[in-house]
Write a new protein. Structure first.
Length: 214
């Protein structure tokens, strides 16, 4: 078992892909009707289902990928076209999109995250980003943008941003970043059946599940 960092799953042939986060919450309702809700995990597991392509060539790209992976044996990168940036899908990543930590004068490594928080709401959710897309990232601290490759680097396999020795955030400085990212997933099943649903459209069922450790 291994993880295929490149190439990512063919993102140019996805058609009518569905999916998103899934939640695991135990809900107990007593006789009075009152509910008690308890989450089983803090991490929301994303699932997707790729189920259509418009051309035979597109299907063959996916078939090559699935066969080379051995089905669910290996993980890979998957682009969710609805959500793949530190802010909205229509935005351009900026160095101050999201806060990823606070400087202490010595820490150089910071994990990329995406924060979900409705405007004015006290509740929020922070999602660890472990598969950023190369050369899309920006970062800074103290309200000043830094230079990629000079002041900092990012590990594409882990999402760890590392500042250079001479560019360490001082104590109390807000560390921020912007980026595009992929989802680490594997195929969630042992079959890959396909058929012509209509003229020039092949339908199939290819469920994908997020990997939380690869």
């Amino acid at each position: 078992m291994s993880f295929l960092e490149t190439p990512r799953f063919p993102s140019n042939v996805q058609y009518r892909t569905v999916g998103g986060p899934t939640f695991d919450v135990d809900i107990a309702r007593v006789q009075s009707g009152q509910e008690f809700r308890s989450p089983n995990r803090d991490v929301y597991l994303h699932r997707f289902n790729v189920n259509n392509v418009k051309t035979v060539t597109g299907f063959e790209q996916i078939l090559d990928y699935v066969m080379a992976l051995g089905g669910p044996e290996h993980g890979f990168r998957f682009k969710d076209w609805r959500e793949y940036k530190s802010l909205g899908a229509d935005s351009t990543p900026a160095y101050d999109d999201v806060s990823i930590g606070t400087g202490d004068g010595s820490t150089r490594d910071f994990q990329l995250v995406k924060v979900y928080q409705p405007s004015g709401a006290a509740l929020s959710h922070s999602r660890t980003i472990r598969k950023p897309v190369a050369n899309t990232w920006k970062a800074g601290f103290g309200g000043v943008e830094k230079t990629a490759g000079v002041d900092f680097t990012v590990a594409t396999g882990t999402g760890i941003l590392t500042f250079a020795t001479g560019a360490v955030p001082a104590t109390g400085e807000d560390v921020t970043a912007g980026f595009e990212f992929d989802n680490p997933v594997r195929i969630d099943g042992d079959r890959f059946d396909a058929n012509y649903s209509t003229c020039n459209i092949l339908s199939f069922n290819l469920p994908l599940v997020e990997l939380l450790s690869d």
